[in-house]
Ligand binder design. Structure first.
Ligand code: PMP
Length: 353
């Protein structure tokens, strides 16, 4: 039976990518596995370079002073690397969810952080708006998509200071003017590849402005000067990310996938809104096209719904414990058919109730 994988990440990847990745584990170059060749060998250096340039190309940032890195330690390490590399006096953070909150906690190790806006008191069901970004701060940090709560920033401020964005759960899913951002980071394990690497895209001229000594592994400049090969990179994760970026490019890039993502989001949200058994969690205007969060209004139907979901081959829709209910994560590689399968179950439940 076809499985419909709505997992929040790690998550569904394109089948063709999985097949190529599996083949490379057995024979990548001249009978040797991708996992047993030197990361300094030409075939792997080519993979790294290709992945780095594909990332910039897809984001429309080639030739604009940006560098792409594939680092380790997850997006969580970026919470502190950003502060170590950019924070001198003060930074402003938009607190839109658990991950933004964690980024604030790490940056606070180094200095006072100002929360420019927060939706914490509403358990993050909306994106704060109408905030001011002080001109004399070092940088402004935001999270484009809140994976747990299912909210998404639909527009970004014209920041007078460098803008840093955690795009872990919606990078490469929608068209944005990426040149508005000075630093973008994203764990690979949603729209880009397997867990194990984090894409960091940096405008080089924002670096080198803090007075502290930065340990080499934490220093963006060090990673840039070594071509993202300061130490042994996560070869498998980088290779599969490269394949996924190639897959996206061949589909027609971000513009093409955005159209698909919007179709999927329209389908699920119209069912949530029309079906009286379900209720959306996020306020409508801030709904994420990647993670749809919703609750079942009648607890007595929970068991029936969940067994129908299981029977339909639908996997990974349990909500995060801090929100409850359900979360359908619809990353780039999830097909419209999978969303149709979930919507069918939801409407069938209504006809049974
Ligand atoms: N930021 C966001 C928006 C996330 O969704 C996640 C993980 N789900 C993280 C950061 C943390 O990423 P990692 O597990 O790679 O550290």
């Amino acid at each position: 039976m076809k499985k419909h994988n709505f997992s929040a990440g790690p998550c569904v990847l394109p089948k063709s990518v999985m097949e190529q990745a599996a083949a490379a584990v057995l024979n990548f170059d001249d009978g040797l596995s991708l996992l047993e060749i030197s990361h300094r060998s030409k075939p792997f250096v080519d993979v790294m370079e290709n992945a780095r340039s594909l990332a910039l190309e897809l984001l429309g940032l080639e030739g604009k002073g940006y560098k792409a890195l594939f680092l380790q330690g997850g997006a969580s390490t970026q919470f502190l690397m950003v502060a170590l590399n950019l924070l001198e006096k003060r930074a402003g953070y938009l607190n839109t969810g658990t991950w933004a909150d964690k980024a604030i906690k790490e940056a606070k190790i180094y200095d006072d952080i100002y929360e420019i806006g927060s939706s914490k008191s509403a358990n993050y069901n909306y994106i704060p708006k109408g905030y001011d970004i002080p001109e004399d701060y070092d940088y402004f940090h935001c999270t484009s998509n809140n994976t747990i709560f299912g909210t998404q920033m639909k527009s970004f401020p014209n920041s007078p200071i460098p803008m840093v964005c955690d795009m872990s759960s919606d990078i490469f899913s929608r068209q944005l003017d990426f040149s508005k951002f000075d630093l973008i980071y994203a764990g690979a394990q949603k729209n880009m590849g397997p867990a194990g690497t984090t894409l960091v895209v940096i405008k080089e001229d924002i670096l080198g402005k803090v007075s502290r000594k930065i340990p080499s592994m934490m220093n963006y400049k060090e990673h840039i000067s070594k071509g993202s090969m300061f130490n042994t990179p996560p070869v498998f994760a980088v290779y599969v990310s490269m394949l996924t970026l190639e897959w996206l490019k061949n589909l027609g890039g971000i513009k093409a996938i955005e159209e698909e993502n919007e179709k999927k989001a329209r389908l699920i949200y119209s069912e949530i809104d029309l079906n009286p058994l379900f209720k959306g969690y996020s306020v409508k205007e801030d709904r994420s096209i990647m993670n749809a969060t919703f609750t079942l209004e009648n607890e007595n139907l929970k068991e029936t719904f969940e067994s129908m979901v299981k029977e339909a081959g639908i996997n990974g829709i349990n909500g995060h414990r801090s929100v409850g209910g359900y979360r359908a994560s619809m990353y780039n590689a999830l097909s419209l058919d999978s969303v149709k399968a979930l919507v069918e179950v939801m409407s069938e439940l209504e006809s049974k109730a």
